[in-house]
Write a protein that binds this ligand. Sequence first.
Ligand SMILES: Nc1ncnc2c1ncn2[C@@H]1O[C@H](COP(=O)(O)OP(=O)(O)OP(=O)(O)O)[C@@H](O)[C@H]1O
Ligand SMILES: Nc1nc2c(c(=O)[nH]1)N[C@H]1C(S)=C(S)[C@@H](COP(=O)(O)O)O[C@H]1N2
Length: 175
Amino acid sequence: MTTKIGILTVSDRASRGQYDDLSGPAIEDTLKAYLTSDWQPVYRLVEDEQPLIEQALCELADNEQCSLIITTGGTGPAKRDVTPEATEAVCDKMMPGFGELMRQESLKYVPTAILSRQTAGLRNKSLIINLPGKPKAIRQCLDAVFPAVPYCIDLLEGPFITCDESVIKVFRPKS
Ligand SMILES: Nc1ncnc2c1ncn2[C@@H]1O[C@H](COP(=O)(O)OP(=O)(O)OP(=O)(O)O)[C@@H](O)[C@H]1O
Ligand SMILES: Nc1nc2c(c(=O)[nH]1)N[C@H]1C(S)=C(S)[C@@H](COP(=O)(O)O)O[C@H]1N2
């Protein structure tokens, strides 16, 4: 069974073509390095507008049936940073441990890690995880939380994800 994974870049400038989106491709590259089971990326790029972010998340979860949706950008304190609000608005349950761990890990790299309000949550059978916008933050954050992602998707009755143990060590308490 192929796992669909949504990659949603939230950036005013990238969506206007003022710079190339490097963070969406960095998510795809990281997942390529991690996953050994079949998967397929579903990519979206939107401006920092809450209704557009919510619409993209709902499409990826409800229509595309993505088991995992990873967003990048719009998690900071600036007025237009509303990705966490959009995430919370579309989720049935929040998973606050993801944001807590990613901020803690990111502090090893940048003192401004605490400025990210990144969170995670569940919409039906989709796990949504927010990452900061900076391309470098992608691997730093995913390395911290990904070990728990396959088991979370098991608990949501999603596809069985396997990873390259030499790249990322996933943990399944029941296996
Ligand atoms: N998707 C991205 N691709 C490449 N670089 C990015 C991306 N998102 C952020 N950056 C880089 O990180 C810096 C700081 O991120 P910031 O949060 O200001 O970006 P942003 O929210 O995407 O910007 P905006 O939405 O205002 O265009 C940006 O100036 C840019 O250099
Ligand atoms: N790992 C990591 N986390 C990070 C950063 C980073 O460079 N690396 N940048 C921080 C900064 S400077 C900001 S403002 C916030 C929010 O970024 P965003 O608005 O692009 O999502 O993420 C923080 N978290």
